[in-house]
Design a protein around this ligand. Structure first.
Ligand SMILES: [Zn+2]
Length: 254
């Protein structure tokens, strides 16, 4: 955990709030202090961003920057549990912040209503220690992927379709980057999805992020997890760098 250099001491309230997770082997006060000092960029406050940011918030990630330029629509509410009927028309980052503030008022949540572009991604990600990819399109994912490569920070990728989800912990140059794994973007479409699918996969994103930040367990590096809700099976496939990758150029020797 080189990136989070100055853990922040826990308050007595923190020790009570996070007691049960601090009991996990290898976690303790030091892991929780690292989480408290962590800054996470959550890209997208939709189906994946909802559970991912909620579990980051309740775990005590000290600073969450939630970024989304859209507003909730009625057809989002089967899965985007940060929002509700009363928030239709409110910016999703703002709506998400309201929910996260209620879940854990002891952390700092920042709502950013910008659209992520090549020109502003560096400013938006700022000094975050990790990016959680909760986007619904690959062009924006590629922009975030390249930012993560430049910064040398992890990029927790996930995607969902119907009853299926995919996940990988990307940390270039130790691992392949997103473009190594998915060289080209699938065509944009309105795809089917059940709320429990991003519910499942978004929770796993939060778990990967929290493990990394707290310094506990092993991350899903150099592997792509594919979960099928239809037959309730997990499969894990090895993934490798592409020497001709236009994003990372297959840099590094991991
Ligand atoms: Zn690559």
């Amino acid at each position: 955990m080189a990136s989070i250099s100055d853990p922040i001491a826990l308050s007595e309230q923190d020790k009570e709030r996070y007691h049960r997770q601090m009991m996990i082997a290898g976690w303790g006060e030091s892991g929780q202090e690292r989480l408290k000092a962590a800054r996470v960029f959550v890209a997208g406050a939709g189906g994946l961003g909802s559970p991912a940011s909620m579990y980051l918030a309740v775990a005590g990630v000290g600073h969450i920057r939630l970024c989304d330029s859209d507003s909730p629509e009625l057809s989002n509410l089967n899965r985007q549990i940060l929002h509700n009927d009363a928030r239709i028309g409110v910016n999703k980052a703002e709506s998400g912040k309201m929910t996260l503030d209620e879940l854990n008022p002891s952390i700092e949540v920042e709502a950013v209503s910008s659209r992520i572009e090549v020109e502003n991604v560096g400013e938006l990600v700022g000094d975050s220690h990790l990016i959680v990819d909760c986007m619904d399109n690959f062009p924006t994912r590629y922009i975030l992927n390249e930012c993560a490569i430049r910064r040398g920070i992890p990029f927790v990728h996930a995607s969902v379709w119907g009853l299926e989800g995919k996940l990988s912990f990307i940390h270039s140059p130790e691992t392949p980057c997103l473009r190594c794994i998915f060289p080209s973007a699938p065509p944009p479409e309105v795809f089917p999805v059940l709320g429990a699918t991003p519910g499942m996969i978004g929770c796993l994103q939060a778990m990967e992020a929290v493990k990394y930040l707290a310094g506990v367990g092993e991350n899903l590096k150099n592997r792509l997890l594919v979960w099928s809700g239809e037959d309730m099976e997990f499969a894990v496939y090895p993934v490798t760098k592409r020497p001709d990758c236009p994003a990372c150029g297959g840099r590094g020797d991991g």
